[in-house]
Write a protein that binds this ligand. Structure first.
Ligand SMILES: *Cc1c(COP(=O)(O)O)cnc(C)c1O
Length: 408
């Protein structure tokens, strides 16, 4: 009997669910089953001439973990395959990804057009840091294509938005906004955190770049921070890589190793959490103590059809507003009574975890927006953001019922 041929590289055309488990793995000589963790800062050279050749970019090898690391590269490659992007660079946090994705493109006099409803730290980057550097940001209500058309009648360098938005889940029409942006000369960057790599593919809809906080659903189990930027080779391996390698917010190999394993279960987690979310959103809609439920896959969502066209499921976050006072003090008292009566769902400003988490945006994530700022993006004073986990939805419903029954 002859020896069987050793297995070579993976077959072509594997689907994202398979790539999430198999993609990006290069086994070492030990032929380990799982992905190895290379917790090393540097790499050694057998000869001085090899170090020189590496610095001359004549030799393609690892030289320093701020530049690249085998474990981090494996994570980048796996996420790249799932996303269907040409290239990926992993970062220390989601904010490092958001900041670098734009900072590597803009300079004094640049113009950014962005959705108004956005992650708090992203708003601070645009309104305080970039503004101070002479970079202008024009905001639009991101679900309104007419406002995008008006803002993009003037040339722009970057278009940036989240869809669905946090926490009110407005949906941005990625196809239309990308067309408008490209006519204005802008690169389109989408913060795809809420939709996740599983449910929405912005690059296939016309966007140029996707950014993630891998802290959210990609980890999904509340352990490590991280981020990623994905897009065309000439952008990621060009200005973005130069910016990240030399300013330093690269991902730790340990975090990359945790996240690499997380990607194996991401599809299962996100789809089940979305099913749980839809069930809970439907239940909330039927409760007298709840005046408004925002979930993209509820037919009552004002952009339900667009959400169904653009996303494979509704996502893992349900936002709802409690009946009762709408002023800041009254709304806060109502919301706090609800939150403090919960015994299972944790109060936390994070999201995307397998543990269900709940937050009151008006006093946490959107406190800095002020009452008027919140009104403008539709956040009520008693609005609750629920990140739905993997618990039995019947137990989550029982807990939410406890919250609704709380006296205030
Ligand atoms: C959490 C989050 C970020 C920032 O990510 P970090 O990992 O916390 O830095 C950016 N955008 C959105 C939509 C987020 O939810």
């Amino acid at each position: 009997m002859t020896d069987p041929q050793p297995r070579s590289s993976l077959p072509e055309g594997l689907r994202p669910t398979t790539l999430a488990i198999r993609g990006g793995q290069e086994r070492t000589g030990f032929m380990e089953t799982a992905e190895p963790l290379f917790l090393t800062q540097g790499y050694v050279y057998p000869r001085a001439a090899d170090a020189e050749a590496t610095f001359l970019a004549q030799l393609d090898r690892f030289s320093y973990t701020r530049y690249a690391n085998p474990t981090t590269s494996a994570f980048e490659e796996r996420l790249r395959l799932i996303e269907g992007a040409e290239a990926c660079f992993a970062t220390a946090t989601g904010m490092a990804a958001v900041f670098a994705s734009m900072a590597c493109l803009v300079r004094q006099g640049s113009r950014i057009v962005a959705g108004r409803a956005m992650f708090g730290s992203t708003l601070l980057v645009l309104d305080e840091l970039f503004k101070g550097w002479g970079i202008e940001t024009v905001y639009v209500d991101a679900h309104d294509n007419d406002q995008w058309a008006a803002a993009l009648a003037t040339p722009a360098d970057v278009v940036f938005f989240e869809t669905p938005t946090n926490p009110m889940q407005d949906i941005v029409d990625i196809v239309t906004v990308s067309e408008l942006a490209h006519r204005a000369g802008a690169l389109v960057v989408v913060d795809n955190v809420f939709a996740t790599p599983v449910l929405q593919k912005p690059l296939a809809l016309g966007a140029d770049v996707v950014v993630y906080s891998t802290t959210k659903h990609i980890d999904g189990q509340g352990r490590v921070l991280g981020g990623a930027v994905l897009g065309p080779r000439e952008y990621v391996l060009g200005p973005l890589q130069t910016f990240l390698r030399n300013t330093g917010p690269t991902m730790s190999p340990f975090n990359a190793w945790v996240l690499l394993k997380s990607l194996e279960t991401m599809d299962l987690r996100v789809r089940r959490q979305s099913e749980n979310s839809l069930e809970i959103a439907r239940w909330l809609e039927a409760q007298p103590g709840v005046v408004d439920v925002r979930y993209p896959y509820l037919p009552s969502h004002p952009q339900h059809e667009l959400a169904v066209a653009q996303q494979e499921a509704g996502g893992t976050v349900v936002s709802f507003t409690l009946d009762g006072p709408t002023d800041p003090d009254g709304g806060k008292a109502r919301a706090f009574a609800f939150l403090d009566a919960l015994r299972l769902i944790d109060i936390s400003n994070n999201l995307g975890d397998v543990k269900s988490l709940v937050t009151h945006p008006a006093t946490t994530t959107h406190m800095k927006s002020g009452f008027e700022g919140r009104q403008r993006v539709g956040i009520g004073e008693s609005t609750i953001r629920l990140s739905v986990g993997l618990e039995d939805p019947a137990d989550l419903v029982d807990d939410l019922a406890r919250g609704l029954a709380a006296p205030f």
